[in-house]
Structures are given as C-alpha cells and as structure tokens.
Design a protein around this ligand. Sequence first.
Ligand code: AMP
Ligand code: GLY
Length: 426
Amino acid sequence: MKTNLKILLLGSGGRESALAWKILQSPRTERLFVAPGNAGTHEYNVDLDISDFEAVGQFVEDNGIDMIVVGPEQPLVDGIADFFEDRPVKVIGPGAKGAVLEGSKEFAKEFMFRHAIPTARFMTVTTDTVDEGFAFLESLKPPYVLKADGLAAGKGVIILDSLADAKDTLSEMLGGMFGQASSTVVIEEFLSGTECSVFVVTDGEDYRILPVAKDYKRVGEGDTGPNTGGMGAVSPVPFADEKFMAKVERHIVMPTLQGLRTDDIPYSGFLFIGLMNVAGDPMVIEYNVRMGDPETEVVMPRIKSDIVDLLEGIADKTLALKKLETDPRACVTVMTVSGGYPGHYEKGKEITGLDEAATEGAILFHAGTHRSPLGQTLTSGGRVLACSAYGADMAEAAEKALRAADRVSFEGKYFRHDISDDIRPV
Ligand code: AMP
Ligand code: GLY
C-alpha cells in the first residue's frame, strides 16, 4: 500500500469541487489534478478531454497517477473503468456493465423487479408497442411519468397531469424528442411522497452508507417551476431516521448489492439511490452510478473520515477495514444560478464578493465558473456557485448559507431562499 497518492479527479461541477476539497484534506494526497475543473480548482486544473480515454491514459502514465476519481456518469457509462482495468491505476467507479444501472432506465427497472426491490410499476415502450403504452397509461391514475430510457443530461423525465398530454408526449419522445435516448420510453406509476438521496460506497462485497441528503430540483421557491440540475441540498434528512434507514438498508441497499452479484455485474464505487418516502416506506425512483450534485456539497462536509482512505478501500476491496465517521452538524447548500436558468442564460459575468461570502462561515464550491487569463472569476454555466454551511441545526446552517449566497455578486444572480424549510422539525 502506498502512503501518498497522486489523484486525478474527472469533472468540472460543484460535485467535483466538493470532492476536491475533501481529497485535499487528506494527508495521503500527494498531488491532486482536476480535469477539466473550474475556477475554484484552477491551481489543480489540467486541460484534458475526459471523453478521450487514450489522452487520459497518457496523462496518467506521464504523471504517475495512482487513482482516478470519476465525478460524472458519462465516462463510466462509456467504460472508463474497463479501459484502465489492466493498468496500474485505481479507478473509482463501476465498469460499463455496472454503469447500465444509470445508463438505461429499462435495465434498472427490470433489475429492481427481478430482485424484488420496491419501485413503481412500469412498462417499457418503443414505436412498435406504442398502443400497449397507451393502454398502460389508461390503466394508471394521473399524474403520468414518462422517462427516456437513455442518458438525457438529467432532462429525460416528464410528468404530465392529463392522459391526452401523456399520450402526445409519449409519441413525441418516441419520435426523437431526446434523440436516441428516448427511442425507448419507460412509463411509470406516479409515487407520491418526499424524496431523498442515499449514497452508498461499495467495493463489491462490503459497503458503507454515507450521510443522507435531500436535493431541491425545481427552480422556484415552494418547489415550483421547471426542473433544474439542483438548486440546493440539505443533510441530514429528519424523516430518514434510524427506522427508515433500517428499511432502506434491508429492502434496498442489501438486495441491490446482492442482485448485482447474482447477475454477475461487478460493481464498485459510488451508488446513488434516489428514493421516495411513500408513507414511511422507501421506494426506488432511480439509481445513479456517481455522487449527486448538489448533494455532494453537503455530504462531503459531513464526512469526518479520510476520504482517500475510503476511496482506497473501494478500489482495493478493503472497505470492511475502513471507518466512516460523520459530523453530527447539519449542512445546507444554496446554489446561486445565472438569471434565466434552466432556460436561456448569459455567461461570462464577473463574480465578486467571494472572499466576503467565505467570511460568513460558508464553504464556496464552484460549479459553472471559469478563470479568465486576467485572473477574474467568470460565470460559465447555469449553476454557478454552491454556498455550503454547517449549523447546529438546519435553520442555522440555512441562514449561514443564505448569507453567503447574498454576499456573492454577479449580474442576474438568483437563488432559492427556502432550501430545507419543508423538512425542518417543528
Ligand atoms: P430524474 O431526472 O430521473 O432524477 O427524475 C426527475 C424527477 O422526477 C425525480 O427526482 C422525481 O421527482 C420525479 N419522478 C421520477 N419518477 C417518479 C415517479 N415514479 N413518481 C413520482 N415522481 C417521479
Ligand atoms: N441531484 C440529483 C443528481 O445529481 O442527479
């Protein structure tokens, strides 16, 4: 076992900023590189096209990289872990066979049914079976949930109130609304409840459950308006108490990991289980094969243990020997976004007030930011900066995160003021 590691982190969002922050706290990190990174990680950034595995391989060889941490799903679905399988570098994340859990919703649903994991009833439809799809929609109560089978940049789920709209949208999706990703569509029964995000790390045998989080997907306060990549997040989640988490572990985490073994699907890395709390019982909405964003911006701050040690446990199948200690404080992150997001928005706006915001006791995780040649920090995406803060309780954490979000300044800045309000204990 090497004591000090050279680590290459792939990705450029708030999730990767939070992972970088945590990796840099480890005394075992000899050197960190982030590809391509953002303004927040500029000292570590390397200009690499992460979809070009040959180029990543060359960088790994030239720089003696010991470990690759993969932030987003696309390289995993494309087989980056398989590409490096016989090379002397540890890759954190599953191979393409395991990444199908996120890459195909049809596969994920069939997997859950095969292993009796609680999830909504569903039917898979293609252009050849659209009439069966219409009949299935008629058998369901509104609202209707339609999902593109493949990866659609987080936009492939549409929920409709009327049957007529659901039928029209189904036809449009099959007709290429999300390109190839929606040539197969999964129709699902609607689950009513509150969502939360459960993160598991596994080496294929053993596992650890990381702090639970909840994200806020809608752009508007009170959970209104269109879906976004995430406007904020909170951890812990009061309703995900010991009793609820015991059900999650027993009925979802254990059968999922056992199911992967039974089906001969090697799996290691992060597993993100999106859950609905349906009257006290957890049901799976979706699997992702990576950490969540912006959940990572509250989960990493709540992990006390050395993350590099945990990552090594995942790669070396020694997770059983690793401790996971969590911080009892609450953490809330508020995402400041570009005006107009998730619709059209402008980029290239100068961001100021970063130092003032940090003095409010918050940690600022950069997401869509870019450093200009003159050293200015500019906006470069819809989600710009995640302002995370700890508190003795959620109210205190939210207040500190909001104060920081207030201090940051860029033209068109917008953020939600109600992150965590809905789940605060009364
Ligand atoms: P996704 O893009 O897969 O994260 O899904 C977007 C959102 O759609 C989820 O976070 C849920 O809020 C919602 N959703 C997906 N499936 C269902 C379902 N079966 N019942 C209710 N809501 C759902
Ligand atoms: N926050 C949800 C996701 O990362 O997919």
